[in-house]
Ligand binder design. Structure first.
Ligand SMILES: *[C@@H]1O[C@H](CO)[C@@H](O)[C@H](O)[C@H]1NC(C)=O
Ligand SMILES: *[C@@H]1O[C@H](CO)[C@@H](O)[C@H](O)[C@H]1NC(C)=O
Ligand SMILES: *[C@@H]1O[C@H](CO)[C@@H](O)[C@H](O)[C@H]1NC(C)=O
Length: 546
């Protein structure tokens, strides 16, 4: 059995993917697990033209008539394209952008480069659109370590297609600079005006009315409107960025996300930044009153790329990846696991031909011949030096006696603990032995929730009275869980884990000498539901340590 599968894995590494081999048996599932352990197989390039399963929503035109799939090689002759912030584009640049999208929207449905087909390609990769042979789970590029590389290349070809339609190789996608809280007009942290003009090729009807300019974005939203004032939003947005990208994302696993290997039921959990603010920006733009109840279009991954702002949003996501690479910390590097580097994805290039990209080819934007205009990144220090957050007063004032009593009075985590309307507080023992390297993290696993409903919680450290009204500006705030509902996770991955960095926060709170940590989770949103956890541990993440 094992040999058969190893052989098949080899076959799948080539271009030919056979259709379903028949019913999935326990034997075949077991065999896949064996393949995983014994002979790891990086994800082979899916044949997107032939094997789409989600006919009405995600499938691309068939029969496919372009060139057979070929390997991608970056073109060193391409001019370096500078991606600029949308809010600072000149009138001529906006006009060129509008022309490009109009040309793309005018392409016929038979052309895989058309705007509609681009949206379908995103859907295909995340909404139960494609299955590998003999694999019971749909391919899913969210919730794991392929999130950054896959989206980078999706945007790369999107940009090349627009450039080709304009017959202008210097064309660069702009980015929506929502992480920039500078209080000066034109504001970076509102939906760009050029994307908000009804009738423009950059406009989309299915949006949240509270995401119209000049309303400032709430990076910690659950969708819909907010009652927070502009100054509170600016402060909280900076804190979210700092927590999710700087203090909370010090290792490959924390930032890129958990592994996703061939045969897995999707990724084992998103990186901090994929979760929030990437996911929350989607929710903020989507229409909370959409018929599906899934915040169409942007708030529903199956439809998100039908809104042109998707591409400017993801351009900023990609830009923040380049910023993260420049932050200090010896663990801030890409995963080196071959199942990551050798995984391959299929796209359509500017000629409408199938093209296969290895993840290892996506990691350096300079090789891909694009870079980003420098913009202020106040959130990196958030007005303080990293690790010196004591200048912000704690929201839970204490002294050692009070802290010791709090720890004694708090129950240890027990399997099947449930977070529902009432915040959940528990303690977890820290490892006795502290390695000299690595970052201390809290890991919650065995999560069960309803995959068709969005879910959102906030986590606090030594803040037992934290609830869904507590501001994320409190230094005790350590991160969020933000799940954007989509049908691609119909078989919700029970192996999914949620990880959050504790180390820098424990130091900043001056709590490094206690044997336990007290954690509080508070859920909020329109769909508060019982969320069960089976396991909570504090471990040292040494990913990326040499
Ligand atoms: C892409 O990955 C495959 C195996 O996964 C490997 O054989 C091939 O050499 C790689 N190509 C490039 C350009 O990295
Ligand atoms: C923790 O213990 C060490 C060693 O005893 C001490 O130097 C340090 O000041 C303590 N930290 C706090 C916040 O009490
Ligand atoms: C906050 O939590 C309370 C229960 O503690 C709940 O009734 C309320 O709906 C929650 N508010 C939001 C916005 O989620």
């Amino acid at each position: 059995m094992r040999e058969v599968y190893a052989e098949r894995g080899f076959e799948m590494g080539g271009l030919v993917l056979a259709r379903n081999f028949g019913v999935v048996t326990w034997g075949s599932i077991l065999a896949m697990l064996i393949v995983n352990v014994v002979t790891a197989v990086p994800l082979p390039p899916p044949d997107v033209a032939e094997y789409c399963n989600s006919e009405e929503r995600c499938c691309m035109p068939r029969p496919y008539v372009g060139q057979p799939a070929h390997q991608f090689y970056p073109d060193p002759e391409l001019p370096i394209r500078i991606r600029r912030p949308v809010h600072l584009l000149t009138d001529a640049e906006v006009a060129r952008l509008e022309r490009a999208y109009q040309l793309q929207k005018d392409l016929p449905d038979s052309d895989p480069r058309s705007f509609t087909n681009q949206a379908k390609l995103h859907c295909l990769y995340c909404d139960s659109g494609i299955y590998y042979p003999d694999n019971p789970w749909p391919l899913e590029i969210h919730n794991g370590w392929f999130f950054f590389p896959w989206h980078r290349m999706f945007l790369y070809f999107h940009e090349r297609i627009l450039a080709k339609l304009l017959d202008d190789d210097t064309f660069a996608l702009p980015f929506w600079n929502w992480d920039n809280q500078t209080p000066e007009e034109p504001y970076a942290n509102v939906l760009p005006i050029s994307y908000a003009k009804s009738g423009s090729p950059l406009w989309n009807q299915q949006r949240n009315k509270c995401a119209e300019p000049p309303l400032i974005i709430d990076l910690n939203t659950i969708g819909g409107c907010t009652a927070k004032s502009p100054s509170v939003l600016r402060t909280e947005n900076d804190r979210i960025m700092y927590t999710q990208v700087v203090s909370g994302a010090m290792s490959p696993q924390l930032f890129y996300g958990m592994p996703y290997r061939y045969g897995d039921a999707g990724g084992h959990g998103p990186g901090t930044f994929e979760d929030n603010p990437h996911g929350t920006v989607h929710l903020w733009v989507g229409n909370p009153d959409s018929e599906s109840g899934m915040f169409d279009d942007m708030g529903n991954f199956g439809r998100a790329a039908r809104d042109p702002i998707f591409y400017a949003h993801h351009s900023n996501v990609d830009r923040i990846w380049t910023v993260w690479n420049t932050l200090p910390g010896e663990q801030r590097k890409a995963p080196v696991d071959p199942d990551f580097l050798d995984a391959r994805f299929t796209f359509f290039d500017e000629n409408g031909d199938l093209i296969i990209v290895n993840v290892s080819q996506t990691l350096d934007n300079e090789l891909l011949r694009f870079r980003y205009e420098q913009m202020p990144t106040g959130w990196v220090t958030n007005g303080q030096l990293p690790g010196e957050e004591n200048s912000v007063p704690l929201c839970y004032r204490g002294n050692p006696t009070k802290t010791r009593k709090l720890i004694a009075d708090t129950p240890y985590f027990k399997p099947s603990m449930v977070l529902h309307t009432v915040p959940l507080t528990f303690k977890v023992q820290r490892p006795r032995r502290r390695p000299e390297v690595g970052v201390e993290v809290l890991e919650l696993s065995g999560l069960s929730l309803i995959p068709a409903l969005q879910a959102h919680w906030e986590a606090f450290l030594f803040l037992p009275n934290g609830n869904n009204k507590t501001t994320v500006s409190c230094p005790e705030f350590i991160g969020t869980f933000n799940y954007v509902a989509h049908v691609g996770q119909a078989l919700f991955n029970r192996e999914r884990r949620w990880r959050v960095a504790l180390g820098p926060k424990i130091m900043a709170l001056g709590k490094e000498n206690y044997t336990d940590v007290v954690i509080t989770l508070a859920q909020f949103g329109p769909n508060i539901q019982p969320i069960t956890f089976e396991r909570a541990v504090v471990v040292f993440d040494t990913d990326g340590v040499e």
